[in-house]
Ligand binder design. Structure first.
Ligand code: SF4
Length: 466
């Protein structure tokens, strides 16, 4: 993503100075911001931007207008590293005063080698270092009279949905992943703090919360599920209690990065009761017990299929989204075929897949028997083809039903919306043919009669009552 595309909403202009004001007429210092990477990194960007705005900095959408540029990087896989280095290079060429933060910041030598002129480098969640670097490059001109920051802080998502980060870091050590070395061990935010943030977001107009972390089902394990008070009731810092609290807000709550621990069973009834969305994003990564062991994946893997069936018997509307890695070192033909069989049996709704690629510093690099790239690509294509057929059939089964949807945007006569089964950015869409006629606006909920489908999306019309 380049600075020119940064989805920062225009910040309201400061109020016109009153005659009695003693403020100087000097312009506010201006910061450009490039945000790369996953939703967790996006939340980091939002926090930095919020603080900068509190301190009186203006956020600008072009390199030319910026006095300094902050680049929040991703370092998860090699292509993300390359994209981050490119983004830093572009900011250096276009502006020249660049502060780097985020996951790639943990690998300072790579950045220094490619771009020796950057002003400062810090790792993920190191907000203080980023702000120090901005202050050094561009001292703040704080004036509380003009500091216009909404109660919800600065958000990089549309007004009607927001990511809610419940913890940082991860206690697992999956062999293909270097996130724990970049973000450290699990640190959970106290449940009352998370619920208060959710409450503020709801009051600011957010209709859908996307709960993110590295491992949502491990929430609270580091603080021994400490109890905290919210709205006069005690809540444990634990996934189920968090879901109960969020369910009180009357929003859509969507859970991401959930691992299939036994206690996930406890939240399925909350989904069946409509307190949180019947949606689970579970990165299974593979189905072969031997490969999962080589990956050192968390969660019980042996009874996954039975558990999925049990969840669906409690909550038939449950949507399961997952991601997989194909061509992991040592993956045999038989293990890959077992993965395809798993897809057939599990009938997952949404699936993303990657061909395994080594990440510098990951232990999986030392595993023997790498799968040749051509074979990896062949397996990836077969995997995606199989899942596309499954997804198409599952979506087709929704034709003739009425789905509750949230509108993301209006495009001519169409409203572009998502059903409860679709997370923003990663899942499908519902195109509402009579969206404009029905007077829909972004953030509106509506019931849509589904009239058609393809392998990704649904098509329909607002269902009007007779
Ligand atoms: S669970 Fe595994 S893949 Fe996910 S962040 Fe932790 S170590 Fe990485």
């Amino acid at each position: 993503m380049s600075l020119h595309e940064l989805p920062v909403k225009p910040i309201p202009a400061p109020a016109t100075p009153r005659a009695t004001s003693t403020r100087s007429a000097a312009a506010n210092p201006k910061v450009g911001f490039v945000s790369l990477g996953c939703p967790k990194a996006l939340v980091d960007s939002e926090r930095i931007l919020t603080q900068l705005r509190v301190e009186g900095y203006d956020l600008v959408p072009t390199y030319d207008d910026a006095d300094v540029v902050v680049v929040n990087t991703c370092g998860f896989i090699d292509s993300a590293v390359a994209e981050s280095l490119d983004a830093i290079g572009e900011a250096m060429a276009e502006n020249g005063k660049v502060i780097v933060t985020g996951c790639l910041g943990k690998r300072e030598e790579i950045i220094r080698q490619a771009h020796p002129g950057v002003l400062s480098i810090s790792g993920p969640q190191d907000y203080a270092s980023v702000l120090d670097a901005v202050h050094t490059a561009l001292p703040p001109r704080h004036d509380p009279f003009i500091s216009l920051v909404p109660d919800t802080g600065i958000k990089l998502t549309p007004k009607h949905y927001a990511y809610l980060k419940i913890s940082e870091g991860c206690n697992h050590r999956c062999t293909f992943c270097i996130i724990p070395s970049m973000r450290g061990d699990l640190v959970s935010r106290p449940v009352d703090e998370v619920l208060r943030e959710a409450e503020r977001l709801a009051m600011g107009g957010v209709r859908e919360l996307l709960v993110v972390s590295q491992d949502t089902s491990a929430y609270g394990v580091d603080v021994r599920y400490a109890e905290r008070e919210w709205r006069g009731r005690q809540y444990q810092t634990r996934m189920k209690a968090l879901c109960e609290g969020l369910g009180e807000l009357g929003l859509w709550t969507r859970l991401h990065y959930v691992y299939p621990y036994p206690h996930v069973d406890e939240i399925i009834p909350l989904m069946a009761e409509g307190r949180i969305l019947p949606y689970l994003d579970i990165p299974f990564q593979h189905a072969s017990p031997r490969i999962l062991k080589l990956m050192k994946r968390p969660g019980a893997v042996d009874k996954t299929l039975e558990r999925i069936q049990r969840w669906r018997s409690v909550c038939p509307e449950l949507t399961i989204r997952s991601t997989f890695i194909v061509g992991f070192p040592g993956e045999t033909d038989a293990e890959f075929e077992a993965l395809l069989d798993f897809l057939d049996e599990a009938q997952l709704d949404r699936v993303g897949a990657f061909a395994y690629s080594p990440v510098e510093g990951a232990r999986a690099n030392e595993l023997p028997d790498p799968v040749p790239e051509a074979l990896q690509q062949e397996r990836l294509a077969r995997f995606m083809e199989r899942q596309a057929e499954i997804s198409a059939v599952r979506l087709e089964a929704k034709v003739g039903t009425v789905q509750r949807c949230i509108v993301d945007s209006i495009d001519g006569e169409l409203a572009i919306a998502r059903s409860q089964a679709d997370a923003p950015e990663i899942d499908g869409l519902v195109q509402i043919q009579n969206g404009q006629f029905a007077g829909l606006k972004p953030g509106d909920f509506c019931d849509v009669e589904i009239m058609g489908s393809d392998e990704h999306d649904l098509f329909g019309e607002v269902a009007f009552e007779d």
